[in-house]
Ligand binder design. Structure first.
Ligand code: DGY
Length: 318
């Protein structure tokens, strides 16, 4: 039996290549631009990481595509209905990324609260010649109020970590979650109440039509002037133009974001010039154990899909 061709959309470490052996071989994404009709017919699976848009017309270029396997949990870039209509299975990596993404949420929260990035730059520069106790005064994280928008798996992990910092924890989600309230000691709030009260607001919602620009001009205006916004979800959840305006006018204290739209931002984007913004290049799940687990799950989904078996980590398609 010929080995199935799997397209991989970013250059990945060799361990991922090894995971495909012996039944599959991998090909570069560039085949989509440069490949002949014949080579596109060979493609049986897609290994996705870089969040490319996979819609119906894209799928139609790969007539023998059986499985789309996403290296990550967020699946907003794949048209699930179009895949279902074409009998293409779709899988992702539930349960693999939550811990690492919650860790990064706390890292961004702490970095922003305590001026870690500016402090690092200053400590390396020529002006650090004596200890000045008035420099870089930040906000204490312990004893502050955290607002978690979206109390799904990642949001809950954030709440667990925040408890260790003795934070008061508010949450907002579509439905109230009484069991989480008693397990995690979190308090339900409307989005407005949460934004008005929390010193730190973390966004932990999936990207859906309902969450697009969930945080825009109006919602940013509800935030406290000393509030800090943290986005590890998807760039599209926040209106970047509105965020730029409130940060530039110092109407909130700061923001820390791991995700943007588009991603990456154009190199001359005004957000990148702001000193009250901390930004990382989509590192939410970038822990080595997490990556390996994601890779295994992605490959397991591809293998099952090629054999026409149910995917072990299938995304519900309808
Ligand atoms: C996820 O799991 O969705 C991360 O953002 C990586 O894509």
């Amino acid at each position: 039996m010929p080995r199935s061709l799997i397209l991989v959309d970013v250059p990945l470490a060799s361990f991922i290549e090894e995971l495909f052996a012996p039944d599959c071989r991998s090909g570069p994404w560039s085949l989509l631009e440069e490949g002949t009709m014949e080579s596109l017919q060979e493609v049986a699976g897609l290994f996705l990481y870089g969040h490319p848009i996979i819609d119906g017309p894209f799928m139609d270029r790969l007539p023998n595509l059986k499985v789309i396997s996403n290296f990550g949990v967020g699946i907003d870039h794949v048209d699930l209905a179009a895949a279902a209509a074409r009998g293409i299975a779709v899988g992702n990596t539930p349960g693999a990324v939550e811990g690492a993404t919650a860790d990064l949420t706390m890292a961004l929260l702490l970095a922003s609260a305590r001026n870690l990035v500016a402090g690092d730059r200053f400590a390396r520069g020529p002006n650090f010649r004596y200890y000045d106790p008035s420099l870089f005064l930040g906000r204490e994280v312990h004893g502050s109020t955290l607002g978690i928008v979206g109390l799904g798996n990642i949001g809950r992990e954030v709440a667990r970590r925040a408890r260790g910092f003795d934070m008061r924890i508010l949450y907002h989600s579509r439905h109230r979650k009484p069991e989480a309230e008693s397990e995690l000691g979190v308090e339900y709030a409307s989005l407005r109440e949460l934004l008005e009260q929390a010193h730190f607001v973390t966004l932990n919602v999936p990207m859906t039509p309902e969450t697009r620009h969930l945080i825009g001009e109006e919602q940013l205006a509800w935030m406290r002037p000393d509030g800090i916004l943290i986005n590890v979800a998807r760039g599209g959840v926040v209106d970047h133009e509105a965020l730029y305006r409130v940060l530039a006018d110092k109407r909130i204290a700061g923001a820390a974001i791991d995700v943007t739209e588009p991603e990456p931002l154009p190199r001359d984007h005004p957000l990148l010039r702001l000193t009250n913004l901390v930004i990382t290049p989509h590192l939410g799940s970038a822990g080595s154990r997490t990556r390996l687990r994601m890779a295994r799950m992605t490959v397991d989904n591809i293998r099952a899909g090629l054999q026409g078996m149910p995917l072990p980590y299938a995304v519900k398609q309808f």
